[in-house]
Design a protein around this ligand. Structure first.
Ligand SMILES: Cc1ncc(COP(=O)(O)O)c(C=O)c1O
Ligand SMILES: N[C@@H](CCCC[NH3+])C(=O)O
Length: 416
């Protein structure tokens, strides 16, 4: 459990706020985040990466709630965005354009134009085609853009196959064979300023080895490229630092920063950037849900929640496991149950045959580690509401996104 979660009078609290009392107000299911945990993670990350003198660019995709982005802005972080929508949110939250990096394999012209207009720091280019489009847009707009080439380093992040991004054959980054063509085009352009290289090898990486491997390769490539006259001044190492989903596997900021520093030793005058997402917000969030039914069947009963895969997609998509705790803690006997959602999909399952204290119908539970890739990936599948988000801050809670009622969505379909 994150360190602001605790039982007081047998009720689960985030700081001094009982999650049951929030549930009475906003009704389940809902996401609840702790500002204190986000701030702790930010400072742990900042401290660890001092050894690299790195700048931090929060990966907005992990949790793009404006309240969360404002915390990032307040702590002085920049942002890594993958759409004009994320950029707009980051700017609205007060993150300066000069601290924004635009990543992604499919940036549209209109999005690049918006980013040029805003004056962001850097485009991480992911294909030769995209590079050429940006070049033309800059010429037309008479603007200069800072660019880094995101390369595909062919390093396996050793994570779930759906979230590994740095291996050969992955759609991300420019393959090494095309790097000199990309750098040549940038060098010829009067509108693109080369900043350096970028990588991001995947997400929920729990060992330092892939980072060592990628940094060692980068060290050699940078020395080589500089020798050829390319002014590589920036290196963006991406994010991907894994958190503990209850199995004890986690990557510490210190360990990964030290490994990167060692592997990059000897490369002078290099400005390092990192793009952490999950590691800053994952542990700060819980998803609170009610057990609607107990279905007493063999071999084990089902607990049917009012939260489903449309609210938290990670278990269905990546067979991910989120720790589950009851909101009321009493001395109760344990039983083996399966915990599922109400959606008409067999993959709408949170836990298969786990041992839990007996939980009755109408009682509530919390799924932990839900601050990253939770609310942002929610949908209205099965014509359900998109659930609210709440932020606990200094012993108070505030609704930071209201429920999007399925009728709100229905209204959007009344177009002639
Ligand atoms: C380019 C880029 N940077 C940063 C991140 C953040 O990753 P994580 O949330 O695993 O730290 C991602 C997502 O995997 C990404 O695609
Ligand atoms: N959505 C994924 C992470 C993807 C990271 C983005 N490249 C997850 O929940 O684990």
């Amino acid at each position: 459990m994150n360190n602001t979660l605790h039982y007081t009078n047998q009720q689960l609290h985030m700081e001094s706020v009982s999650l049951d009392s929030i549930a009475e107000q906003v009704s389940t299911p809902f996401y609840c985040y702790s500002r204190a945990v986000i701030e702790q993670q930010i400072s742990a990350c900042k401290n660890a990466f001092k050894v690299l003198d790195a700048t931090l660019h929060y990966a907005v995709k992990a949790n793009s709630n404006l309240a969360v982005l404002r915390i990032m802005a307040g702590a002085g972080l920049g942002a890594d965005v993958v759409s004009a929508g994320e950029m707009e949110r980051a700017l609205m939250a007060g993150i300066a354009a000069e601290k924004i990096i635009f990543s992604g394999v499919g940036k549209r012209k209109a999005e690049m134009l918006a980013a040029l207009e805003a004056g962001i720091a850097q485009f991480n280019l992911e294909s030769i085609s995209e590079l050429k489009v940006l070049m033309v847009l800059c010429e037309q707009q008479k603007k200069r853009a800072g660019v880094s080439v995101r390369i595909n380093p062919d390093v396996d992040g050793k994570t779930h196959r759906h979230i590994t991004t740095g291996v050969k054959g992955s759609k991300f980054g420019i393959p090494m064979e095309q790097l000199s063509q990309a750098l040549g085009l940038i060098a010829q352009s009067d509108h693109l300023t080369l900043r350096g290289l970028a990588v991001h090898i995947g997400s929920q990486i729990v060992t330092t080895e892939p980072y060592r491997a990628v940094c060692e390769r980068l060290r050699d490539w940078i020395i080589d490229l500089r020798g050829q006259g390319h002014a590589i001044q920036h290196l963006d190492l991406g994010g991907g630092f894994g958190i503990d989903y209850g199995d004890g596997q986690v990557l510490s900021f210190e360990n990964v920063a030290q490994v990167m520093r060692q592997a990059l030793q000897g490369v002078k005058d290099l400005k390092i950037a990192i793009e952490p997402g999950r590691s800053l917000v994952g542990d700060a969030g819980v998803l609170v849900s009610e057990v609607i039914y107990r279905k007493e069947v063999e071999p084990v009963p089902f607990l049917i929640l009012d939260a489903g895969m449309n609210d938290l997609m990670r278990p269905a998509l990546y067979q991910a496991s989120h720790s589950l705790v009851p909101l009321i803690s009493m001395e109760r006997g344990h039983e083996t149950v399966s915990v599922v959602g109400p959606i008409c999909e067999s993959s709408d399952s949170f836990h298969k045959e786990i041992s839990l204290p007996r939980i009755e119908e109408g009682e509530r539970i919390a799924l932990l580690q839900a601050g990253a890739y939770g609310a942002v990936m929610a949908s209205g599948y099965n014509s359900r509401d998109i659930i609210p988000e709440v932020l606990v801050d200094s012993g108070e809670y505030a609704l930071v996104r209201r429920r999007i009622n399925h009728r709100d969505l229905l209204e959007l379909e009344q177009v002639s």
